[in-house]
Design a protein around this ligand. Structure first.
Ligand code: FES
Length: 569
């Protein structure tokens, strides 16, 4: 069968001329148009996405591999999402990028695509777009940064920053030292070197079967990352020849493997929301309860920050995702097809044994039951999540009085006010930070503690919100409360002084206020004005789904395929 690109390049008349002639100004030859696979390299390079700042060079290595295998590489940009730069939050744009990816792939003469992604939202956005088009595709991640060091101590991206920020508030670290640590933390190209969202999503991409083995942990600046990029480019050509598409790889069993790996690596809570959205694109049934059930009996095997001690460079040396996937074999479906053309189990059978330190043996895990826990109750009828491995054991079963803040401006204005009279049993509640209400669901759920409690040595409080939190963050933080407050969820009805019960082992989140009083508050509640009245943000707030469904836009669910009807001239 002739490749899809021949519908552009293999034609006669004006439509053939127009497809070929303008590309010849890029140096394309007759050979490039002769029916060999055309591989798009979908790049999220941007100087405003520092984690992906090395992608122009990485793309050259992918191109080399494509050419070596007899394909034609064509690099194209899509909107990039710099987690640390974008306001109000990069999550607002994940779905927009997925649309950019989907339409760019479909509208161009591509037979397959290599997805170059790294920083948090770029991986789910590119996978979502590619899943909806369903042309042969695989992921090449940018790789994590090298380990940062400050005054003899390793600095984990994000995790160290949050910890040091609390030390500054507590008066145990000076502003000058905090500033000095800035340039010590991010010392090479690459994305966050903790098991934050970027590294988590890169690992899960391996479990899903959408990347070659070893993709996740190879440091960005390690020479083997270049070799990996070349091998991936070559493999993309083979994927086209084999007509191996994401729909054959992104199966329910592959998602189950990803959920289980996420538990074993102590992965980000953001992975839950991204997996739900990707499953929606891949037309795979997946919900919060399934995620809870799948992750519940999985032991924590990886000792990486923010749940543990080490960083991605250590994880790479200990074998990376292939070693964990190999060790997890008894808990996985090892027969799932991957982009290598072989199944997951075969891909990883030669991975190194766990070192027992960074990666633990299944028989000697760090903890058991490490998966993201899904809570329900009258405060979160459609669910909420918490990462037990990053929480304080003393707070996993807790009852305390709420201190409610409506939005981050309110929080910042009042959190240090001693009149709030907070103590170590208080429960901080934040509303108005969900997908629709903010808009975009920012990573603010790990609310900073009040200065006077930090000074007393309190290091954690139960915090509850409809927000997300950075995958690099930690604490007893209940997130993604659904429905969100702006959509009329019960979170909007909580008042300061109410008692809240959290029971993580029992999967319960309860507002201890009687039903009659809640009904009275419900009657008095008025929905907030839409968070945007025009432009993309209006489209977003009108169509974004709640966190328990992945916060995708409702009209983007499903696969739409690669067929294009109509010529451009
Ligand atoms: Fe880009 Fe963390 S800020 S991965």
């Amino acid at each position: 069968m002739s490749p899809r690109s021949q519908d552009w390049f293999g034609r006669s008349g004006v439509n053939g001329f127009i497809g070929r002639s303008w590309l010849r100004n890029q140096g394309f030859t007759d050979q490039d148009f002769d029916g060999r696979p055309v591989i798009g390299i979908c790049s999220t390079w941007s100087e405003l996405t520092p984690c992906n700042g090395h992608f122009r060079e990485l793309a050259e290595h992918v191109k080399h591999g494509v050419r070596q295998a007899g394909g034609v590489p064509v690099e194209f940009p899509v909107m990039s999402l710099g987690e640390t730069i974008l306001r109000p939050t990069s999550m607002l744009f994940r779905n927009l990028v997925s649309m950019d990816v989907e339409e760019s792939i479909r509208a161009n003469p591509l037979d397959g695509v290599v997805l170059l992604c790294g920083c948090d939202k770029t991986t789910p956005a590119l996978l979502m777009g590619a899943a909806s088009v369903d042309l042969p595709a695989l992921v090449v991640s940018g790789g994590p940064m090298l380990t940062g060091r400050f005054r003899g101590k390793a600095l984990g991206s994000g995790t160290a920053m949050f910890a040091m920020a609390e030390q500054v508030r507590a008066g145990t670290l000076s502003e000058r030292e905090f500033r000095e640590a800035e340039s010590c933390m991010s010392r090479s190209a690459g994305h966050c070197n903790t098991m934050g969202t970027a590294s988590t999503m890169a690992c899960l991409t391996e479990a899903l079967g959408m990347a070659l083995p070893g993709n996740a942990a190879l440091p960005a600046v390690d020479s083997r990352r270049r070799v990996h990029a070349r091998a991936s480019g070559a493999r993309a050509v083979a994927l086209v020849r084999e007509d191996l598409r994401p729909s054959a790889v992104l199966t329910p069993e592959a998602f189950a493997n990803a959920v289980r790996l996420n538990a074993a690596i102590g992965g980000s809570t953001n992975a839950v929301i991204h997996l739900l959205a990707l499953a929606g694109r891949a037309e795979v049934p997946l919900d919060l309860d399934t995620i809870d059930t799948l992750g519940r009996d999985v032991p924590l095997l990886v000792d990486l920050q923010p749940s543990g001690r080490h960083l991605m460079e250590d994880f790479f040396a200990a074998g990376g995702a292939p070693t964990v996937l190999r060790e997890l074999r008894p808990l996985l479906d090892n027969d799932t097809l991957t982009v290598t053309g072989a199944c997951l189990g075969a891909n990883n059978q030669l991975a190194p044994e766990p070192d027992g330190e960074v990666v633990r043996h299944l028989a000697r895990p760090l903890t058991t039951g490490s998966g993201t826990a899904v809570l329900r109750g009258n405060l979160a009828p459609d669910g909420a999540v918490i990462k037990p491995s990053a929480a304080s054991a003393r707070l996993l079963v807790h009852r305390g009085r709420a201190a409610v803040f409506h939005g981050m401006d309110d929080f910042r204005a009042r959190i240090d006010d001693p009149c709030l009279d907070l103590d170590e049993d208080s429960v901080l509640v934040l509303t108005g930070a969900g997908p629709r209400g903010y808009p975009g669901m920012p990573e603010v759920g790990n609310l900073p503690l009040p200065r006077y409690l930090l000074e007393r040595g309190v290091t954690d409080l139960v915090r509850i919100s409809d927000a997300r939190m950075s995958g690099t963050a930690f604490g007893t933080v209940v997130l993604h409360v659904s429905p969100e407050a702006a959509a009329g969820g019960p979170l909007a009805l909580v008042r300061s002084g109410d008692l809240i019960e959290l029971d993580v082992p029992g999967r319960r989140l309860h507002l201890d206020v009687d039903a009659a009083e809640l009904a009275r508050r419900r009657t008095a509640w008025e929905p907030p004005a839409p968070a945007a009245d025009s432009g993309y943000q209006r489209l977003y707030v009108d169509h974004v789904e709640q966190a328990d469904r992945g916060a995708d836009l409702d009209f983007l669910r499903g696969r739409r395929g690669a067929l294009v009807r109509g010529d451009n001239h």
